[in-house]
Design a binder for this molecule. Sequence first.
Ligand code: SAM
Length: 466
Amino acid sequence: MEEIIMNKSFIDHDYIYNLLEETKNTTKEDIQRILDKARGTTGLTHKDIAILLQTEDEKQLKEIFEIAGEIKKKIYGNRIVIFAPLYLSDYCVNNCVYCGYKRGNKFERRKLNREEIQEEVKLLEKMGHKRLALEAGEDPVNCDIDYILDSIEAIYETHNENGNIRRVNVNIAATTVENYRKLKGSGIGTYILFQETYHKPTYEKMHPKSLKGDYEYHLTAFDRAMEGGIDDVGGGVLFGLADYKFEILALILHNEHLEEKYGVGFHTISVPRIKKAEGMELSLFPNIVTDDEFKKIVAIIRLAVPFTGIILSTRETHEIRREVIEYGVSQVSAGSCTGVGGYKEKEEGKNIDQFQVSDNRSPIEVIRELISDGHIPSYCTACYRMGRTGDRFMALAKSGEIHNVCGPNALMTLMEFALDYGDKELCKEVEKLVIRECENIPKTDIRKLLLKNVGKLKNGERDLYL
Ligand code: SAM
Protein backbone atom coordinates (compact mmCIF):
# COMPACT_ATOMS: atom_id res chain seq x y z
CA MET A 1 0.00 0.00 0.00
CA GLU A 2 2.74 2.45 0.95
CA GLU A 3 4.38 1.92 -2.42
CA ILE A 4 1.18 2.76 -4.28
CA ILE A 5 0.86 5.98 -2.31
CA MET A 6 4.51 6.88 -2.92
CA ASN A 7 4.21 6.60 -6.67
CA LYS A 8 1.60 9.29 -6.98
CA SER A 9 2.51 12.94 -6.56
CA PHE A 10 -0.33 15.40 -6.31
CA ILE A 11 1.90 18.46 -6.20
CA ASP A 12 2.75 19.02 -9.84
CA HIS A 13 5.30 21.84 -9.84
CA ASP A 14 4.92 22.75 -13.53
CA TYR A 15 1.17 22.96 -13.10
CA ILE A 16 1.59 25.36 -10.15
CA TYR A 17 4.19 27.50 -11.96
CA ASN A 18 1.88 27.76 -15.00
CA LEU A 19 -1.11 28.69 -12.89
CA LEU A 20 0.86 31.42 -11.14
CA GLU A 21 2.09 32.69 -14.50
CA GLU A 22 -1.36 32.62 -16.16
CA THR A 23 -2.98 34.54 -13.29
CA LYS A 24 -0.40 37.34 -13.32
CA ASN A 25 -2.70 39.43 -15.52
CA THR A 26 -5.69 38.94 -13.27
CA THR A 27 -8.04 41.94 -13.35
CA LYS A 28 -9.82 43.55 -10.43
CA GLU A 29 -13.06 42.14 -11.87
CA ASP A 30 -11.69 38.58 -11.77
CA ILE A 31 -10.75 39.07 -8.13
CA GLN A 32 -14.15 40.57 -7.33
CA ARG A 33 -15.85 37.50 -8.77
CA ILE A 34 -13.87 35.26 -6.42
CA LEU A 35 -14.59 37.52 -3.45
CA ASP A 36 -18.32 37.31 -4.15
CA LYS A 37 -18.04 33.53 -4.30
CA ALA A 38 -16.06 33.46 -1.03
CA ARG A 39 -18.88 35.28 0.78
CA GLY A 40 -21.03 32.18 0.22
CA THR A 41 -18.79 30.24 2.68
CA THR A 42 -18.50 27.32 0.30
CA GLY A 43 -14.73 27.47 0.09
CA LEU A 44 -12.61 28.17 -2.96
CA THR A 45 -10.76 25.95 -5.42
CA HIS A 46 -7.02 26.18 -5.98
CA LYS A 47 -7.77 27.97 -9.28
CA ASP A 48 -9.75 30.63 -7.39
CA ILE A 49 -6.89 30.94 -4.92
CA ALA A 50 -4.36 31.43 -7.73
CA ILE A 51 -6.37 34.49 -8.78
CA LEU A 52 -6.87 35.78 -5.25
CA LEU A 53 -3.16 35.55 -4.50
CA GLN A 54 -2.56 38.24 -7.13
CA THR A 55 -4.54 40.83 -5.15
CA GLU A 56 -2.50 43.97 -4.52
CA ASP A 57 -5.26 46.58 -4.51
CA GLU A 58 -5.68 48.00 -0.98
CA LYS A 59 -9.46 48.08 -1.19
CA GLN A 60 -9.70 44.48 -2.30
CA LEU A 61 -7.20 43.37 0.33
CA LYS A 62 -9.36 45.05 2.95
CA GLU A 63 -12.34 43.17 1.55
CA ILE A 64 -10.45 39.85 1.83
CA PHE A 65 -9.79 40.57 5.53
CA GLU A 66 -13.40 41.56 6.08
CA ILE A 67 -14.77 38.39 4.44
CA ALA A 68 -12.26 36.23 6.36
CA GLY A 69 -13.54 37.71 9.62
CA GLU A 70 -17.17 37.18 8.58
CA ILE A 71 -16.55 33.54 7.60
CA LYS A 72 -14.80 32.87 10.90
CA LYS A 73 -17.75 34.32 12.83
CA LYS A 74 -20.32 32.47 10.75
CA ILE A 75 -18.68 29.04 11.04
CA TYR A 76 -16.90 29.16 14.40
CA GLY A 77 -18.65 32.02 16.18
CA ASN A 78 -16.16 34.00 18.27
CA ARG A 79 -14.44 30.99 19.85
CA ILE A 80 -10.66 30.77 20.04
CA VAL A 81 -9.21 27.47 21.21
CA ILE A 82 -6.16 27.63 23.52
CA PHE A 83 -3.35 25.08 23.70
CA ALA A 84 0.36 24.74 24.51
CA PRO A 85 3.21 22.73 23.02
CA LEU A 86 5.08 20.14 25.07
CA TYR A 87 8.60 19.28 23.85
CA LEU A 88 9.56 15.72 24.74
CA SER A 89 12.90 15.19 23.08
CA ASP A 90 15.47 17.25 21.18
CA TYR A 91 17.41 14.25 19.85
CA CYS A 92 17.37 14.67 16.09
CA VAL A 93 19.04 12.83 13.22
CA ASN A 94 18.06 15.52 10.71
CA ASN A 95 19.94 18.62 9.70
CA CYS A 96 17.12 21.01 8.79
CA VAL A 97 18.86 24.26 7.87
CA TYR A 98 16.31 26.42 9.75
CA CYS A 99 15.99 24.42 12.99
CA GLY A 100 17.74 24.80 16.35
CA TYR A 101 17.55 21.01 16.89
CA LYS A 102 19.59 20.18 13.76
CA ARG A 103 22.18 17.49 14.36
CA GLY A 104 24.97 19.91 13.40
CA ASN A 105 24.18 22.02 16.49
CA LYS A 106 26.27 20.67 19.32
CA PHE A 107 24.57 20.72 22.69
CA GLU A 108 23.64 18.14 25.26
CA ARG A 109 20.54 16.41 23.93
CA ARG A 110 17.87 15.20 26.26
CA LYS A 111 14.52 13.52 26.39
CA LEU A 112 12.07 13.62 29.24
CA ASN A 113 11.46 10.47 31.25
CA ARG A 114 8.00 9.62 32.53
CA GLU A 115 8.48 11.51 35.77
CA GLU A 116 9.81 14.61 33.99
CA ILE A 117 6.92 14.52 31.53
CA GLN A 118 4.48 14.46 34.41
CA GLU A 119 6.27 17.40 36.06
CA GLU A 120 5.97 19.44 32.87
CA VAL A 121 2.33 18.45 32.48
CA LYS A 122 1.56 19.53 36.04
CA LEU A 123 3.10 22.95 35.30
CA LEU A 124 0.96 23.20 32.17
CA GLU A 125 -2.13 22.15 34.11
CA LYS A 126 -1.28 24.81 36.70
CA MET A 127 -1.62 27.40 33.94
CA GLY A 128 -5.05 25.98 33.04
CA HIS A 129 -4.12 24.00 29.94
CA LYS A 130 -6.29 21.12 28.79
CA ARG A 131 -4.96 20.67 25.26
CA LEU A 132 -1.36 19.96 24.33
CA ALA A 133 0.59 19.65 21.11
CA LEU A 134 3.30 17.08 21.65
CA GLU A 135 6.58 17.89 19.86
CA ALA A 136 9.76 15.92 19.29
CA GLY A 137 12.77 15.83 17.03
CA GLU A 138 13.19 12.80 14.77
CA ASP A 139 15.38 10.01 16.10
CA PRO A 140 14.33 6.39 15.51
CA VAL A 141 16.64 5.16 18.28
CA ASN A 142 16.34 7.75 21.06
CA CYS A 143 12.76 8.75 20.32
CA ASP A 144 10.98 5.77 18.80
CA ILE A 145 7.24 5.23 18.54
CA ASP A 146 7.09 3.29 21.83
CA TYR A 147 8.62 6.25 23.65
CA ILE A 148 6.01 8.53 22.07
CA LEU A 149 3.18 6.16 23.03
CA ASP A 150 4.44 5.86 26.62
CA SER A 151 4.69 9.65 26.79
CA ILE A 152 1.09 10.09 25.62
CA GLU A 153 -0.05 7.64 28.27
CA ALA A 154 1.97 9.50 30.91
CA ILE A 155 0.37 12.81 29.89
CA TYR A 156 -3.21 11.51 30.02
CA GLU A 157 -2.53 9.95 33.43
CA THR A 158 -1.23 13.15 35.03
CA HIS A 159 -3.87 14.83 37.17
CA ASN A 160 -3.72 17.93 39.29
CA GLU A 161 -6.45 19.28 41.55
CA ASN A 162 -8.20 20.82 38.53
CA GLY A 163 -8.28 17.76 36.32
CA ASN A 164 -6.02 16.67 33.52
CA ILE A 165 -4.97 17.12 29.93
CA ARG A 166 -7.91 16.09 27.80
CA ARG A 167 -6.50 16.19 24.31
CA VAL A 168 -3.00 15.49 23.03
CA ASN A 169 -2.29 16.48 19.44
CA VAL A 170 0.91 15.05 18.08
CA ASN A 171 3.55 16.70 15.88
CA ILE A 172 6.16 14.07 15.17
CA ALA A 173 8.08 13.21 12.03
CA ALA A 174 6.50 11.44 9.08
CA THR A 175 6.25 7.72 9.80
CA THR A 176 4.73 4.41 8.70
CA VAL A 177 1.10 3.27 8.47
CA GLU A 178 1.79 0.86 11.31
CA ASN A 179 3.07 3.62 13.59
CA TYR A 180 0.14 5.86 12.69
CA ARG A 181 -2.19 3.02 13.64
CA LYS A 182 -0.46 2.81 17.02
CA LEU A 183 -0.76 6.57 17.49
CA LYS A 184 -4.47 6.42 16.73
CA GLY A 185 -4.82 3.63 19.28
CA SER A 186 -3.22 5.80 21.96
CA GLY A 187 -6.06 8.33 21.79
CA ILE A 188 -4.46 11.27 20.06
CA GLY A 189 -6.45 14.23 18.79
CA THR A 190 -4.95 15.61 15.57
CA TYR A 191 -1.79 14.35 13.89
CA ILE A 192 0.08 17.47 12.84
CA LEU A 193 2.91 17.60 10.34
CA PHE A 194 4.19 20.67 8.57
CA GLN A 195 5.28 20.12 5.01
CA GLU A 196 7.82 22.91 5.71
CA THR A 197 7.92 23.67 1.98
CA TYR A 198 6.01 22.13 -0.91
CA HIS A 199 8.69 23.34 -3.30
CA LYS A 200 10.78 20.23 -3.93
CA PRO A 201 14.13 21.83 -4.83
CA THR A 202 13.88 24.07 -1.75
CA TYR A 203 12.75 21.11 0.39
CA GLU A 204 15.83 19.16 -0.63
CA LYS A 205 18.12 22.12 0.04
CA MET A 206 16.58 22.70 3.47
CA HIS A 207 16.84 19.04 4.53
CA PRO A 208 20.28 17.93 3.39
CA LYS A 209 21.49 14.37 3.83
CA SER A 210 18.88 13.25 6.30
CA LEU A 211 15.90 11.01 6.92
CA LYS A 212 13.58 13.98 6.52
CA GLY A 213 15.15 14.78 3.14
CA ASP A 214 12.81 12.44 1.21
CA TYR A 215 10.25 14.91 -0.18
CA GLU A 216 7.74 12.33 -1.42
CA TYR A 217 7.80 10.37 1.83
CA HIS A 218 7.10 13.54 3.81
CA LEU A 219 4.43 14.70 1.37
CA THR A 220 2.50 11.42 1.57
CA ALA A 221 2.60 11.17 5.36
CA PHE A 222 -1.09 12.09 5.71
CA ASP A 223 -2.03 9.40 3.21
CA ARG A 224 -0.34 6.88 5.48
CA ALA A 225 -1.91 8.48 8.56
CA MET A 226 -5.36 8.09 6.95
CA GLU A 227 -4.53 4.47 6.09
CA GLY A 228 -3.63 4.00 9.73
CA GLY A 229 -7.03 5.31 10.83
CA ILE A 230 -6.14 8.89 11.78
CA ASP A 231 -8.82 11.06 10.22
CA ASP A 232 -7.93 14.39 11.88
CA VAL A 233 -4.74 15.63 10.26
CA GLY A 234 -3.22 19.09 10.49
CA GLY A 235 -1.03 20.52 7.74
CA GLY A 236 1.15 23.59 7.55
CA VAL A 237 3.91 25.41 5.78
CA LEU A 238 6.96 26.96 7.37
CA PHE A 239 6.64 30.37 5.73
CA GLY A 240 9.94 31.90 4.73
CA LEU A 241 11.50 28.95 2.91
CA ALA A 242 9.97 29.35 -0.58
CA ASP A 243 7.66 31.73 -2.45
CA TYR A 244 4.48 32.00 -0.36
CA LYS A 245 2.20 32.00 -3.43
CA PHE A 246 3.60 28.64 -4.51
CA GLU A 247 3.18 27.31 -0.96
CA ILE A 248 -0.45 28.38 -0.61
CA LEU A 249 -1.44 26.88 -3.95
CA ALA A 250 0.30 23.62 -3.08
CA LEU A 251 -1.30 23.58 0.37
CA ILE A 252 -4.76 23.93 -1.15
CA LEU A 253 -3.94 21.22 -3.73
CA HIS A 254 -2.87 18.97 -0.86
CA ASN A 255 -6.19 19.64 0.87
CA GLU A 256 -8.08 18.85 -2.34
CA HIS A 257 -6.12 15.60 -2.67
CA LEU A 258 -7.11 14.52 0.85
CA GLU A 259 -10.74 15.51 0.31
CA GLU A 260 -10.90 13.63 -2.95
CA LYS A 261 -9.21 10.51 -1.69
CA TYR A 262 -10.43 10.26 1.91
CA GLY A 263 -13.52 12.46 1.95
CA VAL A 264 -11.99 14.87 4.45
CA GLY A 265 -9.29 17.51 4.15
CA PHE A 266 -7.13 19.18 6.78
CA HIS A 267 -8.69 19.45 10.22
CA THR A 268 -6.29 22.31 10.90
CA ILE A 269 -3.71 24.35 9.05
CA SER A 270 -0.79 25.94 10.90
CA VAL A 271 0.92 29.06 9.64
CA PRO A 272 4.36 29.16 11.29
CA ARG A 273 6.75 31.84 10.08
CA ILE A 274 10.46 31.15 10.32
CA LYS A 275 12.13 32.61 13.41
CA LYS A 276 15.71 33.02 14.55
CA ALA A 277 17.12 29.77 15.94
CA GLU A 278 20.49 28.50 17.16
CA GLY A 279 22.88 27.92 14.26
CA MET A 280 20.98 29.85 11.59
CA GLU A 281 20.63 33.46 10.42
CA LEU A 282 17.33 34.78 9.14
CA SER A 283 19.19 36.90 6.58
CA LEU A 284 20.10 33.69 4.71
CA PHE A 285 16.47 33.02 3.84
CA PRO A 286 15.43 35.03 0.77
CA ASN A 287 11.69 34.32 1.04
CA ILE A 288 10.92 35.82 4.44
CA VAL A 289 7.24 36.78 4.57
CA THR A 290 6.44 40.36 5.61
CA ASP A 291 3.69 41.15 8.11
CA ASP A 292 1.41 42.38 5.34
CA GLU A 293 1.96 39.21 3.32
CA PHE A 294 1.35 37.14 6.44
CA LYS A 295 -2.02 38.79 7.06
CA LYS A 296 -2.97 38.11 3.45
CA ILE A 297 -1.90 34.45 3.78
CA VAL A 298 -4.05 33.87 6.87
CA ALA A 299 -7.10 35.56 5.36
CA ILE A 300 -6.81 33.74 2.02
CA ILE A 301 -6.55 30.37 3.76
CA ARG A 302 -9.70 31.24 5.71
CA LEU A 303 -11.55 32.00 2.46
CA ALA A 304 -10.25 28.84 0.79
CA VAL A 305 -11.14 26.34 3.55
CA PRO A 306 -13.84 27.81 5.80
CA PHE A 307 -14.27 24.63 7.85
CA THR A 308 -10.60 24.05 8.62
CA GLY A 309 -9.15 25.42 11.85
CA ILE A 310 -6.25 27.86 11.53
CA ILE A 311 -3.55 27.61 14.21
CA LEU A 312 -1.36 30.52 15.25
CA SER A 313 1.61 30.04 17.57
CA THR A 314 3.62 32.29 19.87
CA ARG A 315 6.21 32.63 17.09
CA GLU A 316 4.13 35.70 16.29
CA THR A 317 4.13 38.84 18.42
CA HIS A 318 1.27 39.87 20.65
CA GLU A 319 0.34 42.63 18.16
CA ILE A 320 0.30 40.42 15.05
CA ARG A 321 -1.67 37.75 16.89
CA ARG A 322 -4.23 40.27 18.01
CA GLU A 323 -4.69 41.43 14.44
CA VAL A 324 -4.78 38.13 12.52
CA ILE A 325 -7.13 36.55 15.03
CA GLU A 326 -9.67 38.85 13.38
CA TYR A 327 -8.93 37.30 9.96
CA GLY A 328 -9.94 33.76 10.70
CA VAL A 329 -7.59 32.17 13.21
CA SER A 330 -9.38 29.62 15.41
CA GLN A 331 -6.63 28.27 17.69
CA VAL A 332 -3.73 29.96 19.48
CA SER A 333 -1.00 28.64 21.74
CA ALA A 334 -0.32 30.48 24.99
CA GLY A 335 2.39 30.46 27.65
CA SER A 336 4.54 28.30 25.36
CA CYS A 337 8.08 27.01 25.84
CA THR A 338 9.87 25.50 22.85
CA GLY A 339 12.57 23.61 24.71
CA VAL A 340 12.66 20.15 26.30
CA GLY A 341 11.86 20.56 29.99
CA GLY A 342 11.25 24.21 29.18
CA TYR A 343 8.37 24.80 31.54
CA LYS A 344 10.50 23.77 34.52
CA GLU A 345 13.59 25.57 33.34
CA LYS A 346 11.89 28.70 32.08
CA GLU A 347 13.34 30.96 34.73
CA GLU A 348 16.80 29.40 34.63
CA GLY A 349 17.30 29.97 30.89
CA LYS A 350 19.13 26.65 30.67
CA ASN A 351 17.40 24.97 27.77
CA ILE A 352 18.12 25.16 24.05
CA ASP A 353 14.98 26.37 22.32
CA GLN A 354 14.00 25.03 18.94
CA PHE A 355 13.32 28.64 17.88
CA GLN A 356 12.51 31.94 19.59
CA VAL A 357 8.98 32.78 20.65
CA SER A 358 7.65 36.36 20.47
CA ASP A 359 4.54 36.34 22.65
CA ASN A 360 5.56 35.52 26.21
CA ARG A 361 2.26 36.24 27.94
CA SER A 362 0.71 33.70 30.29
CA PRO A 363 -2.55 31.97 29.32
CA ILE A 364 -4.57 34.08 31.75
CA GLU A 365 -3.21 37.28 30.19
CA VAL A 366 -4.04 35.99 26.71
CA ILE A 367 -7.49 34.97 27.88
CA ARG A 368 -8.27 38.32 29.47
CA GLU A 369 -7.35 40.12 26.28
CA LEU A 370 -9.33 37.73 24.08
CA ILE A 371 -12.40 38.33 26.23
CA SER A 372 -11.99 42.09 26.11
CA ASP A 373 -11.67 41.87 22.31
CA GLY A 374 -14.99 40.03 22.12
CA HIS A 375 -13.74 36.45 21.72
CA ILE A 376 -14.60 33.31 23.69
CA PRO A 377 -11.40 31.53 24.73
CA SER A 378 -12.06 27.79 24.72
CA TYR A 379 -10.42 24.71 26.18
CA CYS A 380 -13.01 22.44 24.62
CA THR A 381 -11.91 18.89 23.84
CA ALA A 382 -15.36 17.36 23.36
CA CYS A 383 -15.37 16.52 19.66
CA TYR A 384 -12.76 13.82 19.56
CA ARG A 385 -13.92 12.38 22.89
CA MET A 386 -17.42 12.13 21.40
CA GLY A 387 -16.05 10.56 18.19
CA ARG A 388 -16.75 13.67 16.12
CA THR A 389 -13.57 13.45 14.07
CA GLY A 390 -12.80 13.52 10.35
CA ASP A 391 -15.90 13.68 8.15
CA ARG A 392 -18.20 13.58 11.22
CA PHE A 393 -16.68 16.85 12.45
CA MET A 394 -16.90 18.35 8.97
CA ALA A 395 -20.59 17.38 8.73
CA LEU A 396 -21.23 19.11 12.05
CA ALA A 397 -19.40 22.25 10.90
CA LYS A 398 -21.05 22.34 7.48
CA SER A 399 -24.57 21.89 8.87
CA GLY A 400 -24.17 24.89 11.19
CA GLU A 401 -24.95 22.56 14.13
CA ILE A 402 -21.54 23.59 15.50
CA HIS A 403 -23.24 26.59 17.16
CA ASN A 404 -25.37 24.23 19.27
CA VAL A 405 -22.39 22.14 20.29
CA CYS A 406 -19.05 23.97 20.17
CA GLY A 407 -20.42 27.30 21.43
CA PRO A 408 -21.84 25.89 24.69
CA ASN A 409 -18.78 23.67 25.15
CA ALA A 410 -16.45 26.65 24.80
CA LEU A 411 -18.47 28.63 27.33
CA MET A 412 -18.45 25.75 29.83
CA THR A 413 -14.68 25.33 29.59
CA LEU A 414 -14.17 29.09 29.96
CA MET A 415 -16.39 29.14 33.05
CA GLU A 416 -14.39 26.22 34.42
CA PHE A 417 -11.12 28.09 33.74
CA ALA A 418 -12.39 31.24 35.45
CA LEU A 419 -13.49 29.27 38.52
CA ASP A 420 -10.22 27.34 38.80
CA TYR A 421 -7.65 29.90 37.70
CA GLY A 422 -9.27 33.32 37.80
CA ASP A 423 -10.18 35.75 40.55
CA LYS A 424 -13.68 36.84 41.55
CA GLU A 425 -13.65 39.57 38.95
CA LEU A 426 -12.89 37.16 36.09
CA CYS A 427 -15.57 34.72 37.31
CA LYS A 428 -18.14 37.50 37.29
CA GLU A 429 -17.07 38.72 33.87
CA VAL A 430 -17.19 35.22 32.38
CA GLU A 431 -20.60 34.50 33.88
CA LYS A 432 -21.95 37.68 32.33
CA LEU A 433 -20.39 36.67 29.03
CA VAL A 434 -22.02 33.22 29.21
CA ILE A 435 -25.44 34.77 29.78
CA ARG A 436 -24.92 37.18 26.90
CA GLU A 437 -23.60 34.51 24.54
CA CYS A 438 -26.42 32.14 25.44
CA GLU A 439 -28.61 34.28 23.19
CA ASN A 440 -26.58 33.18 20.18
CA ILE A 441 -27.27 29.48 20.73
CA PRO A 442 -30.04 28.49 18.33
CA LYS A 443 -31.69 25.69 20.37
CA THR A 444 -33.67 26.59 23.52
CA ASP A 445 -33.03 23.27 25.26
CA ILE A 446 -29.28 23.68 24.75
CA ARG A 447 -29.44 27.21 26.16
CA LYS A 448 -31.18 25.86 29.27
CA LEU A 449 -28.67 23.03 29.58
CA LEU A 450 -25.76 25.45 29.37
CA LEU A 451 -27.09 27.62 32.17
CA LYS A 452 -27.81 24.54 34.28
CA ASN A 453 -24.27 23.28 33.68
CA VAL A 454 -22.77 26.63 34.68
CA GLY A 455 -24.61 26.18 37.99
CA LYS A 456 -23.11 22.69 38.30
CA LEU A 457 -19.61 24.02 37.58
CA LYS A 458 -20.05 26.63 40.31
CA ASN A 459 -20.98 23.77 42.62
CA GLY A 460 -17.73 21.97 41.90
CA GLU A 461 -18.57 19.64 38.98
CA ARG A 462 -15.99 19.62 36.19
CA ASP A 463 -15.44 18.54 32.59
CA LEU A 464 -19.01 19.00 31.38
CA TYR A 465 -19.54 18.86 27.64
CA LEU A 466 -22.01 18.05 24.89
N1 SAM B 1 10.37 16.41 14.00
C1 SAM B 1 9.02 16.68 13.56
C2 SAM B 1 9.02 16.89 12.07
O1 SAM B 1 10.05 16.64 11.45
O2 SAM B 1 8.00 17.23 11.51
C3 SAM B 1 8.43 17.79 14.36
C4 SAM B 1 9.03 19.08 14.00
S1 SAM B 1 9.30 20.40 15.07
C5 SAM B 1 9.21 19.81 16.67
C6 SAM B 1 7.90 21.39 14.76
C7 SAM B 1 8.06 22.44 13.71
O3 SAM B 1 8.82 23.55 14.14
C8 SAM B 1 8.74 22.05 12.44
O4 SAM B 1 7.91 21.27 11.63
C9 SAM B 1 9.11 23.38 11.82
O5 SAM B 1 8.16 23.83 10.90
C10 SAM B 1 9.09 24.34 13.00
N2 SAM B 1 10.37 25.04 13.11
C11 SAM B 1 11.61 24.53 13.10
N3 SAM B 1 12.52 25.52 13.12
C12 SAM B 1 11.85 26.68 13.15
C13 SAM B 1 12.25 28.06 13.15
N4 SAM B 1 13.51 28.42 13.12
N5 SAM B 1 11.28 28.99 13.17
C14 SAM B 1 9.99 28.65 13.19
N6 SAM B 1 9.55 27.37 13.18
C15 SAM B 1 10.47 26.39 13.14
